[in-house]
Design a protein around this ligand. Structure first.
Ligand code: KG4
Ligand code: ZN
Length: 353
């Protein structure tokens, strides 16, 4: 089965051809226009998607050495995300499917991240546990079988990637800043500053990262620098803040993920989403898996970031299970993951979520 995927939920315009579950092409055009504003400007994002989408789709078909006549179905992200941005990819996808008289599948962006691990090797085996950590979301999900999900917990406030981006902005490291913090953290001391860790004991699988972000803000004020203008801070001090902040975030992510892995009947753990590119998170997760005899799957870096290959892959799973979407499907900026009430095994039912 050959599926064309389209992703426009935020600031990446992407199209991909996936054939029998293997990626034949994956074109990602990252919009640079937002950098000077220090964050994504929704109106500019939708305009840029409109400008780029046709060329990106053409390029994805050309790179896959195919054309529209050989596509069996079209999958496009329908939420969550910025509504004006989602509408661009969704309408292109629906129009192509209508014109070609082939099935259209609206795909949840977060489900795309959940299955992005299948785009590389090793592929997880069901049942598995997935930690999705991106700029917009942080969630732990149990996946007992294809397209069956149970969300164990999500962030109560900032997503992990959002905290990375906001701290990077305070340190003058640009936007998005996750990768810059990661690079600096390697040069710093993670024990230099004791930033808080929100374990939320009443919510063992939920997350909160606004506290650590605010702690960085107060730490900068204490050092006498204005957040966003850390010009006077010596490099080693910035590196120590990056390392200490990153250690606080990864402590919480690792502790909660492996607590869930202990309680669930899973042998495979997957970490996906933009923050899964973080080198400390990857290293620590791989050490934990080795210690516990679990198998870790993390997508290749190009599939951690937003991409259409993961959307095409979920589209293929849905087509295989006979699910197609109506052509009047609308964009849903707050779309939740489809949940399966029976997918939690008993040991976890007793744990407050
Ligand atoms: O999945 P993604 O491309 O977009 C969303 O769906 O949000 O994730 C982007 C996020 C940004 O917050 C970015 O700062 C973060 O992933 N990120 C990282 C790293 N690379 C990207 N965070 C920490 N360490 C990294 N190496
Ligand atoms: Zn994403």
């Amino acid at each position: 089965m050959v599926v064309l995927g389209i992703e426009t939920s935020c600031d990446e315009t992407s199209a991909s051809v996936v054939d029998g579950g293997r990626v034949r092409s994956n074109i990602v055009s990252s919009q640079q226009v937002h950098r000077r504003y220090g964050g994504v400007v929704p109106e500019l994002a939708s305009r840029a998607h409109q400008r780029l989408i046709v060329d990106v789709v053409r390029q994805a078909l050309a790179d896959a050495d195919t054309d529209l006549s050989r596509i069996d179905g079209i999958a496009a992200t329908c939420g969550p995300g910025l509504v004006g941005a989602l509408l661009v990819g969704l309408n292109v996808g629906k129009s192509l499917a209508y014109g070609l008289d082939i099935p259209f599948i609206g795909v949840n962006h977060m489900e795309g991240h959940l299955y992005s691990t299948f785009l590389g090797d090793p592929r997880p085996e069901y049942p598995y546990l997935s930690l999705v950590v991106s700029g917009g979301h942080t969630m732990l999900v149990h996946i007992p079988a294809p397209l069956r999900h149970r969300v164990l917990g999500q962030t109560h406030d900032d997503a992990a990637g959002e905290a990375f981006d906001k701290v990077a902005k305070m340190l003058g490291l640009g936007y998005p800043g996750g990768a810059a913090i990661d690079r600096r953290a390697r040069l710093g001391d993670p024990a230099a500053v004791d930033f808080p860790r929100a374990y939320l004991h009443d919510h063992p699988f939920a997350f909160s990262f606004s506290g650590v972000k605010t702690a960085v803000l107060y730490h900068l004020k204490h050092l006498g620098v204005s957040p966003g203008e850390p010009g006077s801070l010596p490099e080693p001090v910035v590196n120590d803040i990056c390392a200490s902040f990153q250690r606080s975030v990864t402590d919480v992510l690792i502790t909660k993920t492996f607590r869930a892995a202990e309680l669930l009947p899973v042998r495979h753990v997957s970490i996906a989403g933009g923050v899964a590119a973080n080198s400390e998170l990857r290293e620590r997760a791989s050490e934990e898996c080795l210690r516990r005899n679990l198998v870790l799957s993390t997508p290749a870096l190009q599939y951690c970031m937003d991409n259409a290959a993961m959307i095409a892959y979920v589209g293929m799973l849905q087509l295989e299970s006979g699910r197609v979407s109506p052509l009047d499907l609308s964009a849903d900026p707050g779309l939740a993951i489809s949940e399966d009430a029976d997918s939690l095994p008993t040991p976890v039912r007793g744990v407050p979520a």
